[in-house]
Every structure is written in C-alpha cells, then in structure tokens.
Design a protein around this ligand. Structure first.
Ligand SMILES: [Zn+2]
Length: 209
C-alpha cells in the first residue's frame, strides 16, 4: 500500500460509518467506548503502559522510553498481522480517549502497511516523517469521538457540551466546536447515514432535555 498524496476525507468518513454500522444498536452512542470499537477486530488489542509495566516487571518510565512516547503508540507485527495499541493511563480522560481513537485510526486506515517499520510512536519523529498519516488519524479520531452530523442533530451549542458528551479534552472539544460552526447547514449523504444509524441515541438524548 502506498502513502496517499492527500488526506482521504471521504474514505475516512466511510470507514467510521462502517464501524458504527457494525456496532450493535445500543452501542451506537456518545461517548464512544473504545473497547467496543477494538472489539470489532480480532487482530488488535489495547493495553496500558502501566499493565505492561506490571506484566514485564519494567518501570513505567522505561516503558515510555521503549515506546518513544509519553502518551501512546502502536505496534504492528507483520508476521502475525496483529496490532497492539498502548497508552499511558496517567493522562487525563480526554487525552486517553483521543490517543486510543487516533491509534485506532492508524489501524483502521491501514497506515502500518504503508510505512517502514512496525512501530508508530506519538511524540517523536513520526510526526514529521508522516505528517499526512498523522492528520488522517486525527481526522478519524475527531469524527469517531465527536461525529459532526450527530452533534448537529443534537443541537449542540458549546464546546463544553461537546467535552462532556464526547469525552474530549477542552482543547479537542474547542477544535471540534469551531469545525462544527465552519461546516454550516449543508447535509451530505454521509451526514444523513450517520444520523440514521444514531437515530435511537439522538431520540433518547433529546427526550431527556
Ligand atoms: Zn499517530
């Protein structure tokens, strides 16, 4: 697989739609549960630096050093074709959700198959070596955790509502809110499909207002 020339927005949106379509109806809700998403794959597990530290009797500081990242990383074994996502449990809730969703982006978008090596760390050289793949994983995380069509259907009016509803950090919620304001009222077929599969959650959320 070749590294794409530009961000594949439509492809990423369709991947996210496919993911939510595969989830049982009662799990199509916000905040998104990362275990539900990873449960759709039989080639990927998520663990924390702290669990790894206990299991292999290595200090967490060394696990961070090995993974070249304080926040998280993705390992891919080309032989078994299996992924391991690792993240730091000590980060704040919003940061942890973002890290896991971002790493799942690399997995679902096939990024490990495009680059040399089997390891993507989040705080290092990979940002500069593969900026487009990082942007794709960020876009995947943003629409997975805070799907704009669902936020619009819920008539979300502030970044604080996005932060609470979607389990994002304040900074990520602010970015999502600004992007929501910029997107206007135009409804695409993807918007329509996302609203359709979230209909039960949207109705139940509105009934509690
Ligand atoms: Zn990344």
């Amino acid at each position: 697989m070749q590294i794409p020339q530009k961000i594949r927005y439509r492809y990423i949106e369709n991947q996210v739609l496919k993911i939510f379509t595969k989830l049982p109806a009662e799990k199509r809700r916000l905040p998104v549960n990362m275990n539900d998403i990873v449960g759709l794959r039989n080639d990927c597990v998520i663990t924390t630096y702290q669990e790894f530290s206990v299991q292999f009797k290595i200090p967490v500081s060394k696990v961070i050093k090995l993974n070249e990242s304080v926040s998280g990383c993705l390992h891919y074994d080309p032989e078994s074709r299996h992924y391991i996502i690792m993240y730091n449990k000590r980060a704040c809730e919003g940061r942890k959700n973002w890290t896991q969703a971002h790493e799942l982006g690399h997995v679902f978008l096939g990024h490990s198959l495009m680059i040399e090596g089997s390891h993507i760390a989040e705080d290092d050289i990979y940002f500069s070596r593969y900026p487009l793949l990082e942007k794709e994983a960020d876009y995947f995380a943003s629409i997975l955790l805070a799907p704009p069509p669902v936020l619009k259907a819920l008539h979300i009016h502030s970044e604080d509502e996005i932060r609470c509803l979607c389990g994002l950090s304040g900074a990520a919620a602010g970015y999502q809110y600004e992007s929501l304001l910029r997107s206007g009222n135009c409804i695409t077929s993807w918007d329509h499909d996302m609203i359709h599969i979230f209909q039960s959650f949207i109705s139940s959320y509105k009934s509690k207002l």
